[in-house]
Design a protein around this ligand. Structure first.
Ligand code: S0N
Length: 276
């Protein structure tokens, strides 16, 4: 039986353009601009960055869900009303491409991020679901890039990582023709992990999150870092190496180095096992 109606999501922080709430180890970021099919402005992306920073720091958050308000759109990309020369213009009058920071955060946060695609995932909104670790779509979800039609493009994760997900030919088709694809077509090309009826979307992503929360968080963290590292060059290696350093710092061997320095003696590393 669906628990949807019994689930109480606790607000974590109030924002202008997003909702940010929590249930049982899951933090949910909802782009809340239904009127504009959840298009993002610099305010939206700044708030998403802040929420993702909290998700990274907060020990009680194990899984992050990204979704859109209402039943029509996940996200329709950059808000064309504020697109100017040089980027999307915020309240300070400065043009920015700050969704790129959000993409990087989603990719590097050491916790699984699920895109709950509840309608249109278009343009920069499509890229946002692509960079999430997992995508669960409702049956009414529609996917596509529009950049070459509306005067923009994402030649970063939005192209190269998309090609890793669906293959080079399909990625070129998506960008060169700017077509829209149904949820079933997205599933068939490996662009999403699962498709469910819209009224079951919340149940489904909560179940996936709860399933992952039964597993070792550190193991999931290392797997995410490893999957990223293969593709992300030195930035990816830096993250994986950072995780290796974290693990090393947990060992007696690393403690011995620090203690010896502080105690002004030679370190004795011989006492520790050297696994083959
Ligand atoms: C999503 C679509 C297909 C939905 O169609 P539907 O259901 O027929 O609704 P509409 O009547 O079209 O829309 C309802 C109202 O919402 C407004 N609206 C929709 N999308 C946007 C938007 N992106 N910006 C502003 N307003 C939007 C409509 O105008 C309408 O308003 P009213 O009622 O007043 O008429 C359909 O809406 C659609 O095709 N939307 C546009 C999709 C699109 O082209 N998005 C932009 C794509 N480009 C990007 O996202 C930029 C990429 C990018 O972000 C980036 C890339 C690389 C590096 C940096 C960046 C960066 O920008 O930071």
């Amino acid at each position: 039986m669906s628990e949807k109606n019994q689930r109480v999501w606790k607000p974590l922080k109030a924002y202008e353009d997003i909702l940010f709430d929590y249930y049982n180890g899951i933090a949910r970021i909802t782009i809340n601009r239904e009127r504009y099919r959840n298009a993002f402005t610099p305010t939206t992306t700044a708030e998403m960055s802040d929420a993702l920073r909290i998700c990274r720091e907060d020990q009680s958050i194990n899984v992050v869900v990204l979704t859109g308000a209402g039943d029509k759109a996940f996200c329709s990309g950059g808000d064309q009303n504020v697109k100017g020369r040089g980027g999307y213009i915020g309240k300070d009058g400065v043009p920015r491409l700050s969704v790129l920071d959000v993409q990087k955060q989603i990719r590097s946060i050491p916790k699984p991020v699920i895109a709950a695609v509840n309608g249109y995932a278009i343009g920069g909104g499509h890229v946002l679901h692509v960079v999430c670790d997992l995508s669960i779509a409702s049956e009414n979800a529609i996917f596509g890039q529009t950049g070459p039609r509306v005067g923009s493009f994402d030649a970063g994760f939005g192209s190269s990582y998309l090609a890793r997900v669906v293959g080079q030919k399909k990625a070129r088709e998506i960008w060169f023709l700017c077509r829209q694809y149904s949820a079933q077509e997205a599933l068939d090309m490996g662009l999403v992990n699962k498709v469910v009826p819209l009224d079951q979307l919340e149940d489904e992503y909560v179940q996936w999150a709860e399933e992952m929360m039964l597993l070792s968080p550190l193991a999931l963290r290392m797997i995410k870092a490893g999957l990223n590292a293969e593709l992300d060059g030195q930035a990816g290696i830096q993250e994986l190496a950072g995780d290796a350093t974290l693990l090393y710092y947990l060992t007696d061997e690393a403690q011995e180095g620090k203690n010896a320095f502080l105690e002004k003696r030679k370190p004795n590393f011989e006492q520790y096992p050297k696994f083959p």
